[in-house]
Design a protein around this ligand. Structure first.
Ligand code: GLA
Length: 730
């Protein structure tokens, strides 16, 4: 069988078949058309080893010598007549290529591996997108006669030996997506998520790279796993020198048992190669997102619409849902230029605190005697859209639905006439609705559908506020089925309400992945609105997600989650680099704060087209408390950078900072812009005897000069930021 060579945007994926299996013999830089005879890649055989070269297949397996983590694990529980008395071979299949073809005009491959004796067949698709992002999926079919118990089906990509460092992300509530990094030795580095949702600590990106790889330099091979349930991502580094990155759904014991003829499809593994550091990885993900017809800024969706400025009521009023203050808030928001007003938790029956009400998706008549209409009318008459918070997958025991249908609540042992069955431990006083139960699913669908039909709702903030612990259905683990049932709920509601946007929130950023983002329009990156924390959270969330999908709000002066105080300018500049919003009782803001907010909104409106279509760049800076990031337009005509002081600096002055990503051949004018009114010296932001000379006049220089020599930054106060507006003048 001839090799298949997928090429796109500077990336090659080369598949060889001469071993009888599909092997990815190269995933990395574009190789051009002139390829040698691939037999030359066969490895030598060492002493005290298998007597043949080990094949590192697309589906690594012990039957061809792979003693690292195999792609497929499972077994047949008992012999059946149809097994020919040999049920055992399924535990270690010998999957060999049965068919392979190019698809998607040569940018993709479909490969079928089969082991007829074991009764297993795996169909794999590899697609290299126009932006060079590789997608891999496998589908396993049980072609035998008896049941097959699946433990794992992983997707893996090879990583070359020159990758010596690994970076992944981790976190917790209010501190999502922080990087960690280590040297790659021998062994397996596994990141497991058993949260039943993606998880606050889930690694949005696992990146292996050459020594010292950074934002802008080094070669990087990175993966993301598009799944919102239990999962593992890993780097396997074997004693024979081979390395691979892989990911799989983490299945519970007996969770997937395929009857004869049944299939299991893996979530998608996304893989990005870059020869320009992490920013090159980011660029591939952004291109992939933005090429999707359902993307929020795509013409295909409902015609291009700029991302509207949001006001979310949570940190403004919490559960205080009196109409009068909410009407005042809406008026105050509209006056500033807000375009979407989102009513958060607290509007449905019994929801006077977080102890009750989840599941009763009816407007609470005691709090809203005339329904939501008076508020929605006020919001829309101000020219804003109305959005509503829901948490459809959850239930409080103190709710009508839990009282009427205790059997809809997920629990390890079902209620019986003798007892109520054992419940999992509570989390924020709540439990999980068993969406695998069709009646429960239908009830939730009908409630949400009715709410959307009866009210003028343009947006749902769809929350999911607990881990799924001891999660089962009919005596078996069921996170897999629950995740698919939740996906079906999103898909069905979207299909019925085409223009309604949905946000994926999960106690902040615990459900941020490309699986959920295929059916939602933005994520709530974190419950932490502290601008300092947000700088890191957003930098790393936006390593994969473009900023138009990342909710970023100007929070209260005193951060509710950290107690820190930041000035309005720093909070606003931080929120500008996402999908901008406000989450603060702005009725209490001072005149000066309102004026800054108004100017920040004008800046956002003036730059959102650039921010939500351009390339994100992150400068490499040695000083850990200084960051410079920005967005450069695709044509290189303009850019908006933020220089951010994350704390005190080691040096007296920040020195000259290079502006990355500009066109070296063009000439630019750079101006400092701040949302605070210009009082001549912006002393609230700077701490210096005299500013750099260009501060008042602006700087004019070529893109090459600005990148290589840079410009001296003013001395920022700790936890402050400035914007550098950069426009080509030739
Ligand atoms: C979660 C969300 C918050 C807010 C509350 C409401 O914590 O992350 O933004 O919506 O729920 O209960």
């Amino acid at each position: 069988m001839d090799p298949l060579h997928l090429r796109s945007a500077g990336v090659s994926v080369l598949l060889a078949f001469d071993s009888g299996e599909a092997e990815v013999v190269h995933w990395g830089a574009d190789l051009g058309e002139d390829l040698p005879e691939l037999g030359l890649l066969r490895n030598p055989v060492p002493h005290s080893a298998l007597d043949v070269p080990v094949v590192a297949g697309l589906l690594p397996q012990a039957s061809s010598g792979w003693l690292g983590r195999p792609a497929l694990r499972g077994h047949r529980p008992a012999p059946t007549a149809a097994d020919d008395g040999d049920p055992g071979s399924a535990f270690s299949p010998a999957l060999r290529v049965a068919a392979a073809e190019a698809i998607r005009g040569g940018r993709g491959a479909r490969i079928v591996h089969a082991d007829a004796k074991a009764g297993l067949e795996v169909t794999s698709e590899l697609v290299l997108g126009e932006g060079g992002l590789l997608e891999i999926t496998h589908e396993l079919a049980n072609t035998g006669a008896g049941p097959y118990c699946l433990d794992e089906l992983a997707a893996v990509v090879p990583v070359p030996g020159e990758a010596s460092e690994l970076l992944d992300l981790t976190g917790r509530w209010c501190r999502e997506n922080h990087p960690q990094r280590h040297h790659i030795g021998q062994g397996t580095w596994v990141r497991s998520g058993r949260h039943g949702r993606t998880g606050h600590d889930s690694s949005l990106l696992v990146a292996a790279g050459t020594a010292g790889f950074s934002n802008r330099s080094g070669r990087v091979w990175a993966i993301h796993f598009g799944w919102s349930g239990n999962h593992e991502q890993y780097l396997d580094s074997l004693a024979d020198g081979r390395r691979s990155l892989g990911a799989a759904e983490l299945l519970g014991s007996g969770e997937i048992v395929l009857a004869a003829g049944e299939k299991y499809a893996t979530p998608t593994l996304y893989a990005a190669y870059s020869d320009r550091g992490l920013d090159g990885v980011t660029e591939r993900f952004y291109r992939w997102f933005r090429a999707r017809p359902q993307h929020v800024t795509s013409e295909g969706r409902a015609g291009y619409r700029p991302r509207p400025i949001v006001l979310n009521t949570w940190e403004a009023v919490y559960f205080d849902h009196r109409l009068e203050p909410l009407l005042e808030l809406a008026e105050s928001a509209a006056e500033l230029g807000v375009e979407r007003f989102v009513l958060d938790d607290g509007w449905f029956r019994g929801r006077r605190s977080d102890g009750a009400g989840l599941g009763d998706w009816y407007v609470d008549e005691t709090v809203w005697p005339e329904g939501l209409k008076p508020l929605i009318d006020a919001v829309t008459s101000h020219g804003m859209e109305f959005g509503l918070w829901v948490e459809p997958e959850m239930v409080n025991l103190d709710s009508d639905v839990a009282r009427a249908h205790p059997e809809w609540i997920v629990r390890p042992s079902a209620p019986s006439p003798k007892d109520g069955g054992r419940l999992p431990l509570e989390w924020r006083h709540q439990h999980v609705l068993d969406l695998v139960n069709p009646d429960a699913w239908q009830y939730i669908y009908d409630r949400l559908d009715t709410l959307l039909r009866e009210n003028d709702i343009a947006y749902l903030k769809w929350d999911q506020n607990r881990d799924l612990a001891e999660h089962g259905h009919a005596g078996r683990p069921s996170v897999h089925e629950q995740t698919l049932a939740a996906y079906r709920l999103f898909d069905a509601l979207r299909a019925a309400h085409l223009t309604v946007e949905i946000e994926s929130c999960s106690s902040g950023g615990a459900r941020v992945d490309l699986g959920i983002l295929q059916r939602t329009d933005r994520v709530w990156a974190s419950d932490c609105n502290d601008a300092l924390e947000r700088q890191t959270i957003q930098r790393w969330t936006e390593a994969v997600l473009p900023p138009e999908l990342v909710g970023a709000h100007v929070g209260p002066t005193h951060s509710h989650t950290t107690g820190r105080v930041h000035d309005i300018s720093f909070r606003a500049i931080t929120a500008l680099f996402g999908h901008f919003g406000i989450e603060w009782d702005i009725r209490k803001a001072s005149q000066a704060e309102r004026e800054t907010l108004r100017r920040a909104i004008a800046l956002y409106k003036g730059h959102r087209q650039l921010l939500h279509s351009g390339t994100r760049v992150n400068a490499d800076i040695v000083e850990p408390n200084l960051a410079l990031h920005g967005v450069v337009s695709d044509d290189g005509g303009e850019a908006l950078f933020a220089a951010v002081s994350l704390g005190t600096l080691a040096a007296e002055t920040p020195g000259r900072l290079g502006l990355p990503g500009l066109n070296p051949e063009r000439t630019y004018r750079v101006d400092v812009v701040l949302p605070t009114p210009d009082d001549g010296d912006w002393n609230d932001t700077f701490i210096q005897t005299s500013p750099p000379v260009w501060l008042s006049s602006g700087a004019t220089a070529s893109g090459r000069f600005l990148a290589e020599v840079g410009i001296p930054l003013p001395i920022l106060r700790p936890e402050h930021a400035i914007l550098l507006r950069t426009r080509a003048i030739n």
